[in-house]
Design a protein around this ligand. Structure first.
Ligand SMILES: [Zn+2]
Ligand SMILES: [Zn+2]
Length: 131
């Protein structure tokens, strides 16, 4: 007997196993990955932007970035394919962070802590009174 869990993507209950999402969402994600992978590996699509890839494959930009963050899709060498750095939102083409953020990260904590801190900085602050 496994633990029942709500799928974070569709909300359906499923038995928690090695995956964090239900089988239906997992299969859908694999199909999306396959479409993106097949599209970008074709030489005539070398100059595609993330918008082009998203439109051609019907896979959302955030999902494509998710695959890139997982290291499953690599767009280094695709001159027009950029997506925002997780730290500063500047366009990048490899990994999760731009060089500037990588340099800063060296003196900080883990990549997760760094990104969390950056996202908190980006939120509007309601603490106008510093004292
Ligand atoms: Zn699901
Ligand atoms: Zn950055």
């Amino acid at each position: 007997m496994g633990d029942l869990k709500n799928c974070p993507q569709c909300g359906r209950l499923f038995v928690k196993g090695i995956r964090e999402q239900c089988d239906a969402c997992f299969r859908e994600e694999e199909q999306q990955y396959d479409k993106v992978y097949r599209y970008i590996r074709r030489s005539e699509n070398r100059n595609a932007t993330i918008v082009d890839v998203s439109e051609a494959t019907a896979v959302s930009e955030s999902k494509i970035i998710y695959f890139i963050h997982q290291g499953r899709i690599r767009v280094k060498g695709y001159p027009n394919f950029t997506y925002p750095c997780d730290g500063c939102q500047n366009p990048i083409n490899d990994g999760r962070l731009c060089q500037t953020c990588k340099d800063k990260l060296k003196s900080e904590l883990s990549i997760e802590d760094f990104i969390k801190r950056k996202q908190e900085e980006a939120l509007p602050s309601y603490h106008t009174d510093e004292n």
